[in-house]
Ligand binder design. Structure first.
Ligand SMILES: Cc1cc2nc3c(=O)[nH]c(=O)nc-3n(C[C@H](O)[C@H](O)[C@H](O)COP(=O)(O)OP(=O)(O)OC[C@H]3O[C@@H](n4cnc5c(N)ncnc54)[C@H](O)[C@@H]3O)c2cc1C
Length: 307
């Protein structure tokens, strides 16, 4: 029996574990991946908006996190597959057959990139699918590319690729781009970026590598093929909450509902970080939410001991 089991070791889970340890709680942190860090592994851009810290990418920030966690005494189990969770009983069943129990559970499972779910998307992973404009820009220099999406991340990546690619075609489902105005305005004078709104990519085509995308412009019009050698998809994120959805209140997209103390609809079950749909899904929000959850849990446990 642990005081706290935390599920997910991104910035939110790591911060929760750090704070629980500081507060003297017996804590177990479970991570399904080989390494802790979550989305930090996908941040190739400099991080300059986490107050007091300037680092050139997510790995560097993660190194600082883990350095500071070296002295902490919580248990960390990586590569841990969870098969079932009973939130009311606060019981976690592992693929190894083990059953764990705690007084509080903190869900810190974050989000994953949303997929288009079209033919070619998975098949061409590593063969023309661009993971990051920052990281892969030089690899795709001189090639025509397509970016799917209309938010900040899609437009930022289109602008980055436009610095080195002859043409960038930005394909967006909606009538208007969702990106903030100053970013969208930078697209206007950029001759190598073409924006297709009210359009969808329906297939990614090629032999060994990406060679073209099929684009459907407006309902009813015939799809056409556009020759490109790289495709980057940025159409938002989905919460990693499938394991809990039947037992807990979520919004219509599956983000876990929490109050200002990070409490969910189930007593002594908390959710922190991107999975709880913060107004600003950032490292600061994630680490701050972890501190809040840990403080609330410690106060509840102290109250129990005192009563
Ligand atoms: C390209 C990119 C650039 C970014 N740039 C910035 C920036 O400059 N500044 C900033 O503040 N933020 C930035 N962010 C956002 C920031 O990385 C996230 O807000 C932050 O990582 C959220 O932390 P989290 O712990 O909530 O979730 P995540 O980082 O998503 O971590 C969740 C963890 O839970 C694990 N997990 C999921 N399901 C399970 C399960 N069933 N069992 C066990 N473990 C599980 C995952 O493997 C993962 O390790 C960026 C994100 C991206 C993708």
């Amino acid at each position: 029996m642990h005081d706290v089991i935390i599920i997910g070791a991104g910035p939110a889970g790591l911060s929760t574990a750090f704070w629980c340890d500081e507060l003297g709680l017996d804590t177990l942190l479970l991570e399904q991946a080989e390494q802790v860090g979550g989305q930090l592994h996908r941040v190739y851009n400099p991080i300059e908006n986490y107050l007091g810290v300037k680092v050139s990418n997510g790995h560097e920030l993660l190194e600082r996190f883990t350095h500071d966690l070296d002295a902490a005494e919580f248990d960390l189990w990586t590569q841990t597959g969870i098969t079932a969770v009973d939130l009311k009983a606060r019981r976690v069943s592992l693929r190894s057959g083990e059953n764990l129990q705690s007084i509080a559970i903190v869900i810190a499972t974050g989000v994953r990139p949303r997929e288009l779910g079209i033919p070619g998307e998975k098949e061409f992973a590593g063969k023309g699918m661009i993971e990051s404009g920052t990281r892969d820009r030089q690899l795709f220099a001189g090639r025509d590319v397509c970016v799917v999406g209309g938010g900040d991340a899609a437009v930022e990546n289109a602008l980055l690729l436009a610095e080195v690619c002859p043409t960038v075609t930005l394909v967006h489902r909606g009538k208007k781009l969702r990106a903030r105005r100053e970013l969208a305005e930078r697209l206007q004078p950029n001759n190598c970026v073409t924006v297709f709104t009210e359009s969808v990519v329906t297939r990614i085509l090629g032999d060994e590598e990406v060679a073209a995308v099929e684009i459907q412009r407006k309902e009813g019009l015939k799809p056409f093929q556009l020759a490109v050698r790289g495709v980057l998809i940025r159409i938002g994120v989905e919460p990693n909450s499938e394991l809990f959805r039947e037992q807990i209140d979520t919004d219509e997209k599956g983000f876990i509902a929490v109050n200002s103390q990070q409490e969910t609809s189930v007593p002594m079950v908390f959710a922190v970080g991107d999975v709880s749909n913060p107004v600003a899904p950032t490292i600061s929000s994630a680490t701050g939410a972890g501190a809040t959850a840990a403080k609330v849990i410690a106060a509840r446990l102290n109250a129990r001991l005192g009563s």
